[in-house]
Design a binder for this molecule. Sequence first.
Ligand code: GUN
Length: 293
Amino acid sequence: MQAKIIDGKLVAAQLRSEIKNETAELAGRGIVPGLAVILVGDDPASRSYVAGKEKACRENGLYSRDYRLDENCSQSELLELIQKLNADTEIHGILVQLPLPEHIDSDRIIQAISPEKDVDGFHPVSLGNMMLGQEAFLPCTPHGIIQLLKSIDVSPQGKHCVIVGRSNIVGKPLANLLMQKSDLGNATVTVCHSRTPDIARHTREADIVIAAAGRPGMIGPDMIKEGAVVIDVGVNRVEDSSRKRGYRLVGDVDFEAVSSKASFITPVPGGVGPMTITMLLWNTLQSAKRSIP
Ligand code: GUN
């Protein structure tokens, strides 16, 4: 079998055009959805993600305000900025790029963001509501993956989904969404991680495999059932002197080899990545709409 490629850029473009129409409509009523993006330090990968978020805001009619804080800034400085933004009526979403430097307590920072502006969906209130099946900002990468499955008409209902990776950002919330009692859930979910013996034993049973472990090429064709859907969340930089930048991006899946066995597969780049930013725009738009008295 030769897998069809799930074109995340295309699915993202369709959703972004809906978002753009809605922001134009809101602008006519004097409301511009505003996102504040805070980057602490100078990590090149984080800088590039943040630049992508800001560009996507500009292109789709959202207002973005960026804050660059020094690597050595204090936790209280960051908390003060968040408090200011919580009270700022031009700002509907606050995003603090992770990871943060070690001297800063990330949990404390995430909890300082008002749940009404938690467009990343990382606040315990958002995660709690999501888990209970209540209205909540959904974490952007898991929400984007659900939208990708919808775009290829693959319902998780009754399927066995195996997630590799248990991060707070992807694995844990995605497991939750996939098992929810809803049209886009109702799956049977297995979560594997670094302490799971024989991960392949589980992935080989899966109708849908989601790789989110951050280990380049760890999912090979021997780990996949013929005809499975494979979603690759990994974004790993591997050295490549033939490239101008000196590296190339690869996923957690051995794309070429797995493509000859899967029914659908996401590429890296151009699969899950564009969806994450799109769902962030989506959440910011929803937040702006909720702010209308
Ligand atoms: N670091 C990697 N992915 C993300 C994300 O989706 N949001 C934030 N805030 N930081 C990240």
